[in-house]
Design a protein around this ligand. Structure first.
Ligand code: XIL
Length: 408
């Protein structure tokens, strides 16, 4: 199921349908004539950005800090006036500043965004995002150093001529990439998704890319990425990030991730945490029965991960309101209940401290483009609605944080 959704995402991304800001840095589109500019559409300026939401009494991250937790969100690049999930959009920036203690670039640090060719880097957009975050005292997670699937690597990499010593050339490309990014941002990036989505959901095996074929296999490639990141960013948390989730149909994906994590331990690879993306899918109107049916297996998975000594990070939380009516009130309530149930389970693990949303406002969520509802009703995956008003999901997150065991 995930594979076909992902495939349709590629199509949608190629059509310019994007996400938390529509920055769409991860599209497969033809590069613009200026090779140094990532292939993204020019933003459409809007005359009057919608008014910011009325402030809630306490920001989510303020609540989180009191429990030893931290809340964050993705954000995107955007020119001033752009109607995007961007720091340049005052309404969106207000949400980030109110509720977040950490940010993550939605697309702008991916190879497709910063690596227009084997010999070039372009940090224009990501630098602007980093500068805004730093000016607002917000650290940024690095997402990501290697999205290890052919369809998410730049086309030039998949067609690269690795020459007569392919493994040496592949190693050179990867090491250069990781070193360049990590050294550029130093301590401003305290945590990296070093490797993203390397496990095939259907059978749990590892993807191959042109890079890994040249380098001698996926394990060697992923290990090298982590070893290089540890050396180049010695103070950073290094994360393996994936979307194996708790819904039915993910057993092979979870098993593959466990095998990968076991392998990292066996080989002494410096991986600190599992990034649990948490693109959740509701299981019906009654969140409690839905959760009761899936919680046990999920806990066994998390138990196995944490027993190996890995920390947990919720890296990309949002909710697809499947099997729910189009009616907004009951739909929002069911989404909120499901979110609350999920966070209650996750907060029971002391290994978890950071919870990042994949977007604060429904207005910019990637979900609408990724998997629209069959009945045509607009998706509502985020804590704030399309007009930046808080939804029950926000209240659920705040309640779950307040009820969470305190981390020291
Ligand atoms: C998504 C972005 O939200 C989209 O804008 C883009 O078109 C594709 O990528 N898992 C990840 C994220 O690790 O990088 C993905 O982000 C969502 C799924």
């Amino acid at each position: 199921m995930h594979i076909s959704r992902r495939d349709s995402l590629v199509l949608l991304a190629g059509m310019g349908v994007s996400a938390c800001g529509g920055a769409g840095g991860a599209t497969q589109a033809t590069p613009t004539p200026t090779a140094s500019v990532p292939p993204t559409p020019t933003p459409t300026p809007v005359a009057t950005p919608p008014a910011a939401a009325p402030a809630e009494p306490v920001g989510l991250n303020t609540l989180a800090t009191a429990r030893g937790l931290r809340v964050g969100s993705c954000f995107a690049w955007g020119a001033p006036g752009a109607d995007r999930g961007s720091f340049a959009n005052p309404s969106y920036a207000a949400l980030l500043k109110r509720d977040c203690g950490i940010l993550v670039g939605e697309n702008e640090m991916k190879w497709q965004a910063i690596r227009p060719s084997a010999t070039q880097f372009d940090f224009t957009r990501f630098d602007a995002m980093m500068d805004w975050a730093t000016a607002n005292n917000l650290p940024v997670r690095g997402h990501n150093l290697l999205w290890h699937q052919p369809k998410w690597m730049p086309a030039w990499e998949e067609n690269h001529d690795f020459g007569s010593s392919p493994s040496r050339e592949a190693e050179r490309l990867l090491v250069e990439h990781v070193n360049t990014v990590c050294r550029r941002y130093g301590a401003r990036i305290p945590s990296y998704d070093v490797v993203n989505e390397a496990v095939t959901p259907a059978d749990g095996t590892l993807y191959q890319t042109a890079l890994s074929r040249a380098l001698g296999g996926p394990e060697a490639t992923l290990d090298l990425a982590f070893h290089t990141a540890r050396a180049a960013a010695p103070g950073a948390q290094l994360v393996y990030n994936d979307y194996m989730s708790w819904e039915p149909g993910n057993a092979n994906h979870r098993a593959g991730v466990l095998r990968l994590l076991e392998g990292f331990k066996r080989r002494g690879v410096p991986v600190d945490a599992l990034g649990v993306q948490s693109h959740l899918v509701t299981q019906g109107m009654d969140a409690r029965t839905g959760i009761a049916a899936i919680e046990g297996e999920w806990r066994r998975f998390l138990d196995a991960v944490t027993a190996m000594g890995y920390k947990l990070v919720i890296t990309e939380l949002d909710v697809r309101d499947n099997n729910l009516p189009a009616d907004i009130a009951p739909r929002d309530t069911a989404v909120a209940d499901f979110t609350r149930g999920y966070l209650d389970v996750m907060f029971a693990y002391p290994a978890l401290r950071d919870v990042l949303l994949w977007g604060m406002s429904d207005r910019y969520s990637w979900i609408e483009g990724f998997e629209p509802r069959k009945d045509g009703a607009k998706r509502r995956p985020c804590p704030y609605d399309a007009d930046f008003a808080p939804k029950p999901m926000r209240a659920a997150i705040s309640a779950a944080i307040t009820a969470a065991p305190v981390r020291s």
